[in-house]
Design a protein around this ligand. Structure first.
Ligand code: KIV
Ligand code: ZN
Length: 407
């Protein structure tokens, strides 16, 4: 290598390190969204390239730091979606998923052509657990380490941003896992991922893993640490938060928690948990929370995957209540029975649903809203009629009017 080439290489290395250090010092939790890749792996959630662009722009508006934008080597549509984002999605880093195979890195390089170097990256993965080594890859530990070294090195020759994830990390022996990370960092990785690929961890174990990795990987200060949890035990968000408390820099999430099997950590839930508990974590999410519900609705519409009505943050009924005591409290002060107001997450409004469990205040409030007499007698009559209704009847304004006027 010539003197000038060596100089250029070391300058590039210094810039990379400065960027990593900047993120490490800022203390902010960086959101890496994987809705367009792991989210789309959910059966039925297939997105067209134009849909992906629309979601990517909404994610940018919400403030995510990077997008796992697709797996170009796996399908032409993935490559096309990434190409469509070039020049349009400007702030987040766009990364492309790759196996530890040079042709995957080349496919990512082609798909991301034209994107500025500091805004494009690759995310390499290879299975490291005994199950993956023996049954999927049929390779020895040493062979896999060589594959990591070769391919991360190759990726680092083409990209400034290179993430490496040992697939099934949470079922990999800790000393070998640490060796895999050490190898990847020495070969040029700028981020190391910790994927709980089949979602088996609990928050205590997740945190313990992170602590041991930090202790067992001597060159870890050169990279950002990203965590990636699947929700097979319903613990993906809790595990993500536990790792934030342990110093993870990047959290990989999906909108509405969609993803492989039981899905991934839900972006909106992690963001709101951080927003509400700054006293505990002391770390900003840099997410504009008012964009969360519009983002969830967009992903729901384009994937066709509808979250449960009581889904935290974006479920259809989370700002609705039928219970008299709660309705009374909400009318006196919305904060009495809410963790946050609808406008904080971009939701519409509180809904006081009339039904068997409603109380006088909510009924009187609805009558007044409809411009009908709302004195004690009218309220009493309407409440009695509501309680007689058969199960399942939806009390919309027309029916309330009919019942109130005796029609
Ligand atoms: O869950 C997982 O292991 C993944 C890898 C591709 C990182 O999504
Ligand atoms: Zn995953």
């Amino acid at each position: 290598m010539s003197f000038l080439a060596r100089l250029a290489k070391s300058a590039k290395g210094a810039i990379k390190r400065a960027i990593v250090q900047h993120h490490q010092r800022s203390g902010a939790v960086l959101f890496s969204d994987t809705t367009l890749r792991d989210g789309e792996q959910m059966p039925g959630a297939t997105l067209e390239p134009a849909d992906k662009l629309e979601i990517a722009l909404a994610l940018e508006k919400a403030g995510v730091h990077s997008l796992d934008a697709g797996f170009p080597a796996s399908s032409e549509q993935d490559a096309e979606a990434i190409r469509m984002m070039i020049g349009k999605v400007k702030r987040p880093v766009l990364t492309a998923l790759c196996r530890t195979v040079k042709s995957d890195v080349d496919a990512a390089d082609r798909a991301l052509a034209g994107q500025p170097a500091h805004k494009r990256g690759v995310s390499l993965f290879v299975g490291t657990s005994p199950l993956h080594r023996q049954f999927k890859l049929q390779k020895t530990e040493t062979e896999i380490l060589r594959i990591i070294e070769d391919n991360v090195g190759y990726a680092a020759s083409k990209f400034e941003i290179v993430a490496f994830s040992p697939e099934d990390a949470s079922r990999t022996e800790l000393p070998y896992l640490c060796e895999a990370y050490r190898t990847a960092i020495a070969a040029g990785a700028t981020t190391i991922g910790f994927p709980d690929t089949v979602g088996v961890l609990t928050p205590e174990k997740a945190r313990d893993f992170l602590r041991r990795i930090q202790d067992g990987v001597p060159n870890i200060d050169r990279v950002l640490v990203a965590v990636h949890f699947h929700n097979d035990l319903g613990l993906a968000v809790a595990n993500t938060l536990a790792c934030i408390a342990e110093g993870a820099h990047v959290v990989q999430c999906t909108v509405n928690g969609i993803g492989e099997r039981a899905g991934n950590a839900s972006l909106e839930e992690v963001a709101m948990a951080l927003d509400l508990n700054f006293d505990q974590y002391g770390r900003k999410a840099k997410i504009d929370t008012t964009q969360l519900v519009p983002l969830c609705h967009l992903v729901q519409r384009l994937t066709g995957i509808k979250p449960a009505p009581n889904k935290p943050v974006c479920g259809q009924t989370i700002f609705a209540t039928e219970a008299g005591i709660h309705q009374d409290g909400l009318l006196k002060n919305p904060d009495t029975y809410l963790p946050f107001r609808p406008e904080r997450v971009g939701a519409e409004k509180i809904e006081l649903v009339l039904g068997r469990h409603s109380g006088r205040r909510a009924v009187s409030n609805r009558l007044a809203e409809l411009g009908l007499p709302s004195d004690d007698t009218h309220v009493g009559v309407l409440l009695e009629r509501i309680k007689q209704l058969p199960k399942g009847v939806i009390l919309d304004d027309t029916l309330v009017r009919e019942l109130a006027t005796g029609g």
